[in-house]
Design a binder for this molecule. Structure first.
Ligand code: DQA
Length: 146
């Protein structure tokens, strides 16, 4: 069973980007962990990252067409992109919203809004990289696998 893990802007610099907030794990390391965690749950996990909003909309539209579950860290788009809101609205399989930090506890008020949450089956935030593991486990429990 295929599962998509989709990461938005600036997450390609994980490990170098504000490590005091996002930790020292790189995006490549995160991708390898997601593949391993997914494998243990019976999933073929495809991990993607883009800084280009259109890529994300295309990936979400393909997930809608194919009824594929999605783990989504939309990063800054979370807080203002109605294109991402509309794309999430079309998903039919579970959508799990992930944030490495806890946006609701950060000082910037713009982080306190999410366009993803209204469409999400669950939100996992503030648990670091392990949040992706938890998100995959939520998908497994929703789908009843393994
Ligand atoms: C983030 C939180 C967002 O507010 C921020 O714009 C990000 C990363 C997180 O994973 O904690 O880029 O989604």
């Amino acid at each position: 069973k295929k599962v998509l893990v989709l990461n938005g802007p600036n997450l390609g610099r994980l490990g170098k980007r504000q490590p005091e907030i996002y930790g020292h794990t790189t995006h490549d390391e995160l991708a390898a962990m997601c593949i391993d965690w997914g494998h243990a749950l019976g999933f073929a996990v495809d991990v993607r990252q883009s800084n280009h909003e259109g890529d994300m909309v295309d990936w979400l539209n393909a997930a809608a067409d194919k009824d594929i579950p999605v783990v989504l860290n939309a990063a800054a788009w979370t807080h203002y992109s109605y294109a991402i809101y509309d794309a999430c609205a079309q998903l039919t399989a579970p959508l799990i919203e992930v944030h490495i930090s806890e946006p609701l506890e950060r000082p910037e008020v713009f982080r306190h809004t999410s366009v993803v949450t209204p469409h999400a089956t669950a939100v996992v935030a503030g648990k670091g990289i392990d949040g992706y593991h938890e998100a995959l486990q939520v998908i497994a429990s929703k789908l009843g696998t393994p």
